[in-house]
Structure formats: C-alpha cells, structure tokens
Design a protein around this ligand. Structure first.
Ligand SMILES: NCc1[nH]cc(CCC(=O)O)c1CC(=O)O
Length: 315
C-alpha cells in the first residue's frame, strides 16, 4: 500500500508565526488545532513560533502615534519573507489595509463575537458624569465622546490583562475591550457587551486571519482548508471599505457586515476625533462586489463634515 498521505511526509512541520501576547498565542493555538483537525495531523506537526512585535515593546504611547498597525505585522512579515515561518496568525483588525503583494490572506477563521464590551459601568448611559475612559483606539474614543461628550479620554495601551489592571488600579473609570479577546482569554463574564447596532465595532473585529507567502502554493492550500467563507467575505468587504476611505489608525471608523446568502449588508460610521461629528451609511450588495463597497465608501466621504474629512484621505 502507498503511504496514506504524502502531505504529511512533505510537511511534517508547518511553522506558524504569532505575536507573543497571551491573546495572540491562544489565537495561534486555535489555528493550530483547526489545521490539525482539518488535515488529520498530530498537534506537534504544527510548530508555533513566537515573535516579539514592535507594537508589544512600546506600551506607553497610542499605537497611532508610533507607527500604527505596521508595528504588529512588521516582524512576522519579515520572518515570512525570510522563510523562518510558513504562515502568520493575525487579529485582522490589527492588520494594515494595504498589504504587500508578496503576502496573501489564505484563511479567515469563523468570526467570533464582534461586539465591544464596556467594563466599569453597566451601560454607556449609566457611566457617571465626567468619567475617565481608558482607551487608545481613536474609534472607541470618538464613539464614546459622541454618546458622552462629558467624558474624558486617557490613553490605555498594553495587552488585555494590562488594561484590566490599569482599570482596577483606578487609572480610568471605564474601559472598552473586544468581546472576542475577553472570551478567548476566559474572561467572558467581564463587563457588558454593547449591542453592535448601537455601538458598531472596528472593521474586522473578532476575526483571525492566516497569512502566507503568495508564491507558496502548498501552504496556501493547507491553510485554505480552514477558511470560513462567510467570515472571509465579511472581512474582505470591511477591508475594501477601509481602503476606499483611505483611513489610517488615526481615523475613527466603525464598520460591520453580515453575510446573507450571496449578499452582504454593511453598516459604517465615521467620526471626527472629538466625536462631535458623525456620518453613517449602509449598503446591501453582492458579497463579492467589492467595487460597490468601495463606491459606498466614497459616498460616505462625499458626505463627510470637515472634522471627519480631515481624518480620511480617500483611496
Ligand atoms: N487592538 C488590540 C486587539 N486586537 C484584537 C483584539 C481582540 C480580538 C479581536 O477583536 O479579534 C484586541 C483587543 C481589544 O481590542 O480589546
């Protein structure tokens, strides 16, 4: 009899790169488990390679001020280019909109809870007057100021545990974190999830993506086996919107899409930095019609007030 699988002999080890924060490692472990299930591998056939990202080294300034999302991917991109890893696991909301041609997002895992969670108060309305809100995300800051202009924002960076510790130490009255991250860290009971219709999350929130070298057909196929098509379509649409808006990590943008058969419903809000201005819109089109999503983005920009327009460059 021939060997059951020559994939196994050709690829005894797929090296999966990840950042080394606790959340990133849990996400990489989930990716490894799904890969091993899909291919009938033992867990030891996927090696997790932990890479220290620049974004994890600098923790005292907002990400937007020190180089943006590239700081999460720079080291992993390099390791992919140098062949030190075969694939990299990312939180898609942290991945820059424009990626090098040499890299391909080969899979998106089934998207987790997309919502933001409010910690320190049971609803946005019940936050005490003039409260201090700890966040470093321009979207969360602007969204909070839109609803609660009395609040004051303080910079909160670091991983999930660090931010919860800062809150416990009284550095802020409330903070906001992604439900997906809290759940993955076994902290599902922490805080109050905010309805995603009233409080739209970040584009691609809750989605884990696996990237590999575009010219590595074998890895693309192996990783492609764990792609979740609906989550992939939703994330690609939300990223196409970001592209059309020319947003950066300084641009407060909330966007969320739902796949309905071969259609997509996408809703987005753009804010001024101080939350005083907001422009909203939604579109329903074929999920594959990324041009329509981009046109929707241009339409949002055309309606943007000055405080919003200043934060977006168009794509
Ligand atoms: N910006 C950091 C980051 N990137 C991804 C997640 C959580 C997981 C996800 O949204 O997929 C978090 C933490 C947070 O925003 O609370």
């Amino acid at each position: 009899m021939a060997r059951a699988s020559n994939l196994m002999t050709d690829h005894p080890h797929l090296r999966l790169g990840t950042r080394q924060s606790p959340l990133a490692v849990i996400q990489a472990e989930e990716t490894r488990r799904r890969l091993c299930d899909a291919h009938g591998w033992g867990l030891d056939q996927v090696e997790l390679v932990k890479v220290r990202a620049s974004g994890d080294k600098i923790q005292d300034r907002p990400l937007a001020d020190i180089g943006g999302k590239a700081l999460w991917t720079r080291e992993l991109d390099l390791w992919l280019a140098e062949g030190k890893i075969d694939a990299a696991v990312h939180s898609m909301k942290d991945v820059e909109t424009l990626r090098p041609e040499s890299l391909t997002i080969a899979a998106i895992l089934p998207r987790a809870d997309v919502r933001d969670v409010l910690i320190g108060a049971s609803s946005v309305r019940e936050i005490p007057r003039d409260a201090v809100v700890g966040t470093s995300a321009p979207r969360r800051a602007a969204q909070m100021l839109y609803h609660r202009p009395d609040c004051r924002i303080v910079t909160f960076r670091g991983n999930v545990a660090t931010r919860l510790a800062k809150l416990a130490a009284g550095e802020a009255d409330v903070t906001l974190l992604a439900a997906a991250g809290l759940q993955r860290l076994d902290q599902a009971g922490t805080g109050t999830p905010l309805d995603s219709k009233d409080w739209i999350p970040a584009p691609a929130q809750g989605a884990i993506g696996i990237e590999c070298n575009t010219n590595d057909a074998k890895t693309r196929e192996l990783i492609g086996a764990i792609n979740h098509q609906q989550s992939f379509a939703a994330v690609m649409a939300e990223r196409a919107l970001l592209e059309a808006l020319g947003g950066t990590c300084h641009s407060p943008i909330a966007a969320l899409s739902f796949i309905d058969g071969d259609m997509i419903d996408l809703t987005a809000s753009l804010f001024s930095a101080d939350g005083a201005e907001r422009v909203d819109g939604s579109v329903r089109c074929k999920a594959s019609a990324l041009d329509e999503i981009r046109a929707f983005g241009r339409d949002l920009l055309a309606r943007a007030t000055p405080g919003i327009a200043a934060l977006f460059q168009g794509g």
